[in-house]
Design a protein around this ligand. Structure first.
Ligand code: GTP
Ligand code: MG
Length: 357
């Protein structure tokens, strides 16, 4: 058989293997129901401290990139400005309350840079993996970036969700998804995939939602949140009718291209990935990484090894946790993945298994 035909067959095989790989890792309806009940219960308790408080989910439980048994990310929003709530104080009060009224193991971290409360529920027959949840206060930007990610996923769920979910599983299995140990958060990997689909792939798989003009002009007040411009085109119905990609690459091909791009083409030393604006230079952002003096600069140096601009907090490097060693490991994993997928084994399903070993 012609090599081109074989290759095409492998790519189709890889795409269907990716769908089958991801499917059983999605959260069950039962899990989603339990988590929603937990959120409702905690919200009810919190309202006894501050009636105008609401408890919202963000992150993977509602950006459509959630895996089975993932942590819950929750945030308290206080709607009454006259309540005058101080986050660290509120975290401490919530800690006392939940300790008294629930079976959760409660760990308040009121003195952290961003005060949060950590809750865990030990595994039980009904919840074999227990529940782990972080509750933050007033982090409204996180709600907006969750909505942005969800909107991107909604445009082309079959390809976008499959790619992101696979990448998340792969990164966890290969142990390069630990911000505390020098590698990258799930949020960071998700932004890399979206950047690739918006800015690298030609023709693009996704439009740049932050660059599509609103249907009716919006005032400054409508788009600003905590001093950040959080505008993006979020009218999914209009997008469905008026935007469709002319890139029809199967998801397996996109995965290989993703790994190949980050193995060989992306200039990690001097480039910044910006979902908002495409490829930027570290210099233009002031995220330079080779200041040669020690002390404080030593920290600054390691903070900007890998640079991923947050879509709204544009002065913030989402990948600041990635150390020199961490980046070396991540790049090594991209290369290993490219190698495994382009050696064209007979069976795509075996390639995926080896990839995630
Ligand atoms: P899993 O928990 O691994 O399933 O993934 P996740 O999609 O929940 O991602 P992660 O836990 O890394 O982040 C959860 C949410 O927190 C993200 O969707 C963002 O809204 C927010 N977030 C995480 N890290 C950052 C960060 O570095 N900067 C900002 N601005 N927001 C972040
Ligand atoms: Mg999370």
């Amino acid at each position: 058989m012609h090599p081109g035909v074989l290759h095409r067959r492998f790519l189709n095989d890889l795409s269907s293997s990716l769908f089958s790989f991801v499917l059983p890792l999605l959260p069950t309806n039962e899990e989603l129901t339990v988590k929603e009940e937990v959120r409702g219960l905690i919200e009810k308790l919190i309202k006894t401290i501050e009636p105008s408080a609401r408890l919202l989910s963000f992150g993977s439980s509602c950006n459509s990139f959630g895996l089975r048994n993932s942590d819950m990310d929750l945030v308290v929003l206080i709607d009454d400005p006259s309540a005058g709530i101080e986050p660290s104080h509120f975290v401490a009060m919530m800690g006392d309350l939940l300790e008294r009224e629930t079976n959760f193991d409660v760990k308040p971290l009121p003195k952290a840079r961003i005060p949060i409360l950590k809750l865990t529920l030990a595994p039980s027959p009904a919840l074999p993996f227990g529940i782990a949840c972080d509750i933050g206060i007033e982090n409204r930007l996180a709600i907006e970036n969750t909505r942005l990610l969800l909107t991107y996923a909604t445009i082309d769920p079959a390809r976008v969700r499959t790619l992101v979910l696979f990448l998340k599983v792969w990164a966890k299995r290969r142990r390069i998804n630990s911000p505390y140990r020098g590698t990258l958060s799930s949020y960071g990997f998700t932004l890399m995939v979206l950047y690739f689909l918006v800015h690298v792939k030609q023709p693009p798989v996704l439009p740049n939602l932050q660059r599509i003009a609103p249907i009716t002009p919006l005032s400054e007040e409508q788009v600003m949140l905590e001093g950040r411009n959080v505008y993006f085109f979020d009218d999914v119905e209009t997008l469905r009718q008026e935007w469709s990609s002319i890139n029809y690459e199967p998801v397996g091909e996109l995965l290989i291209d993703f790994f190949r791009f980050f193995s060989h083409d992306f200039q990690f030393n001097n480039s910044v990935l910006s979902l908002r604006a495409g490829q930027l230079t570290k210099e233009s952002k002031g995220w330079v990484n080779d200041i040669d003096v020690g002390g404080l600069n030593e920290m600054a140096r390691d903070r900007n090894r890998l640079c991923i601009e947050d879509p709204f907090e544009v002065t913030y490097n989402v990948a600041r946790t990635v150390t020199k060693d961490g980046l070396y490991t991540i790049r090594g994993e991209f290369m290993r993945a490219t190698r495994i997928l382009t050696q064209r084994p007979d069976r795509a399903v075996l390639a995926l298994a080896e990839l995630c070993r």
